[in-house]
Design a protein around this ligand. Structure first.
Ligand code: THG
Length: 279
């Protein structure tokens, strides 16, 4: 599975403060911990940080790029902001692969962001929703996902650069919607051959719930059995990553060895312990 780090998000107070104060050390230390945990892509979101969001994004991207050359995912629900941010970050960091996170299947959003993905050679995450909001069923999710895949392909985006996000909602507020996510992945996997990638914002499922880490790792394993390819997670959550690795062994996606978690880390050149990383 492709691990997107959720931790560099202005929703977290420490990140928000560090962005406003331009405190590189805080950001780079958090990034190092996520990388040591196995993060493959760094999801960057300036959240509600006060000030110029475009400049915040460019600073955050440059700061993270100093400690890794992994792809950067630029995360905002605002299409107009992403239209400015993505080309600016591409100009500042031309050798970095970017992911646009995200774009709905509403024509107004796709018209704005798909051309940006093409011109910046960026991957793009399509949400299975349109101008009417998040669907309360599987069918509309599949319809929106199929529309996004077809429209992105028509624009010339390679299938490997297309991610579909079936939108995870909190289990305490949107009871029974979690199984729609799983079913939507199964159905969308056969819409196009080869299929796009499937991604979720895992922690959404447990927002404001007790025992959120248990809910997160249980739901991650459930989604992996449906064919999930990527997730936005806290890569420093060792129990979560261990659950993911063991599920991949059981699904035949990783080889079994007696110490398969260590083997997984060694293959990726990660420190054998995910614990403290000096910066
Ligand atoms: N899909 C896509 N992108 C996304 C999401 C998604 N980006 C944002 C979000 N959802 C994924 N990232 C997070 C980051 C943090 C949390 C949830 C999702 C989170 N944080 C805790 C909270 O708010 O309770 C802790 C906050 C704190 O400690 O201050 O839940 O679905 N494509």
């Amino acid at each position: 599975m492709i691990i997107f780090s959720e931790r560099l998000n202005g929703m977290y107070r420490d990140v928000r403060t560090a962005i406003v104060e331009r405190n590189k050390d805080v950001i780079q230390e958090l990034a190092e911990k996520q990388l040591a945990g196995g993060a493959d892509v760094m999801d960057l979101n300036v959240g509600p940080a006060k000030g110029d969001a475009v400049e915040h994004f460019v600073w955050l991207a440059r700061t993270v790029r100093e400690v890794t050359d992994k792809p950067l995912s630029l995360d905002s629900a605002k299409a107009d902001l992403l239209m400015q941010v993505v080309p600016r970050v591409k100009e500042a960091l031309p050798d970095t692969k970017l992911v646009i996170n995200s774009c709905t299947a509403a024509p107004r959003y796709m018209e704005k962001l798909l051309p940006v993905a093409v011109s910046c050679d960026a991957a793009i995450i399509g949400l299975t929703m349109d101008q009417d909001g998040v669907p309360g069923n599987v069918e509309k999710r599949v319809e929106c996902g199929a529309t996004f895949i077809m429209t992105a392909l028509e624009h010339g985006i390679p299938i490997d650069d297309i991610y579909i996000d079936p939108i995870v909602l909190p289990v305490n507020a949107a009871f029974k919607q979690q199984q729609f996510v799983i079913e939507a992945i199964r159905e969308l996997a056969i819409v196009h051959d080869p299929p796009p990638k499937f991604i979720i914002g895992l922690s959404n499922v447990s927002q404001k719930c007790l025992m959120n880490r248990l809910l997160n790792r249980t739901f991650l394993v459930m989604c992996l059995t449906a064919g999930l390819s990527a997730a936005i997670v806290d890569a420093a959550d060792e129990e979560l990553i261990s659950a993911m690795i063991s599920a991949e062994v059981l699904l035949g996606k990783e080889l079994y060895s007696d110490d398969y978690i260590k083997a997984w880390r060694m293959q990726r050149g990660l420190p054998s312990e995910a614990e403290p990383v000096e910066v």
